[in-house]
Ligand binder design. Sequence first.
Ligand code: ATP
Ligand code: MG
Length: 563
Amino acid sequence: MSTPKTRTNFIREIINEDLKTNKYKGRVHTRFPPEPNGYLHIGHAKSICLNFSIAADYRGLCNLRFDDTNPETESIEYVESIKGDVRWLGFDWEDRLFFASDYFEQLYKYAVELIKKGKAYVCDLTMDQIREYRGTLTEPGKESPYRNRPAEENMDLFERMRTGEFEEGSRVLRAKIDMAHPNILMRDPTLYRIRRKKHYRTGDTWCIYPTYDFTHCLSDSIEGITHSICTLEFENNRPLYDWILAELEVHHPQQIEFARLNFSHTIMSKRKLMELVEEGQVSGWDDPRMPTLSGLRRRGYTPQSIRNFCEVIGVAKANSIIDIVVLENSIREELNKTVPRVMAVLRPLKVVLVNYPEDKEEGLDAINNPEDPGMGTRKVPFSRVLYIERDDFREEPPKKFFRLAPGREVRLRYAYFITCVDVVKDEKTGEVVELHCTYDPATRGGGAPDGRRVKSTMHWVSAKHAIEAEVRLYDHLFTKRDPFEVEEGADYKSNLNPNSLEVLPSCKMEPSLKNAVPESRYQFERLGYFCVDTVDSSAEKLVFIRTVSLRDPWAKISKASDK
Ligand code: ATP
Ligand code: MG
């Protein structure tokens, strides 16, 4: 698999140091630990790339572990989609697929050990009371009246919690640390709670579930992880991570935090993405506007472009917002070199070449990709009636508009120079419905023997040979760079972009696209990069999705073509 050249970063520096001091006997073992409560997004890709590529570069290992301790929100559907996404990105966990829920029995034993050591106790305070007793950032907490229960009583109660004797919410198991600790997370945090919910893997076996903090560090420890890489929000959890492992005297991975990926013009919380799906704001988790990996895949992003992107943005200690353009450039750069260029007209305007013979047709040579001569050439059929882009004609052209206008000559790509001689309008609406043009047979292939120049080159499709297709143009999901910047009383959904999807139902494509199969990618000349939709496209009705537009179509084209 080709991966971009890796830059060093502060995580790699920590690992280098650990290797020098032989901290983990030369081992490097990481993991990617998603909770199966939604689909993965581009932020997770950053974590996946980081964990798997560190393992690969240090000849270490990386596990895929599902942190599935919350029976309310998790499901096998999410597990399968996550596995598919990680594989699609190009990473392989080999035989190291793990589930925190497989450790429930072991975790229970660890909890018992803490109780026996006097380091955990069963607390009967209600949730509200626990919160009240916790104190604030400026005030210490208060000790629970149940804090000094003897170990035997705690053992007995904890066992009975497990057997289901108590109501949900009536008791929890808490670590006995320090109610005056400056870090609130260390003020006797909850380790176990009662939840009478079926778990998607363990069913009704358990009615007590370990908390994330208790499970996470111990799962890392059980798997022999050396470097437990997580996002910055968990910096405050690290003392608890370390406390649990130290008290239990078990293998102790090093937790390292890095800044999560934040993006402009989108959101990256699974819960909010789920909201958009459930409210029908998008067509599903794989809607091409979604920042999910399934959405980006359907949009036409390649695994390579996402891996490159993750490498380019690097790893930092401080949070920042990456502009979505950086991701778009990553796919542009790749597709520019790898996909064939074809001609497609999205908003067709009919052109009749009045001096071109009625029945004549010819095949003109077109270059498949000027960036890669190895991709060869193809014949594009040309005939008397063509379609051009409606935007490429103006009856009254403004100053810098160099495309077609009455009396003006332009070049049709790979074909001829044409001059507009007449404009046909709908009698009722005044809308331009057809152009009459003449062509100059001497300019075949796009150059004039007399050396005369034109200022514009336009794409076109022969009407007789065109195939019809639907094209979907996507724009940012949110109009604001920061979707959470809202007026008082409104929520982020008020910033949804009402024009994020435009459907063009009858576009005209050159006939070489007839056999385009789902996922095939093209550059539509002058328009952008497009792929055949994997969901809605069929042999009867082709549907193309715009992955991304060209950066600056006009500047480039007019320079390149006006030779
Ligand atoms: P949510 O998206 O609802 O906030 P989450 O991101 O915590 O949930 P997890 O399934 O717990 O979802 O994430 C799995 C791993 O991916 C974690 O190690 C987490 O740190 C990492 N991760 C999640 N979001 C990002 C992000 N935006 N950038 C980098 N890493 C991330
Ligand atoms: Mg999480």
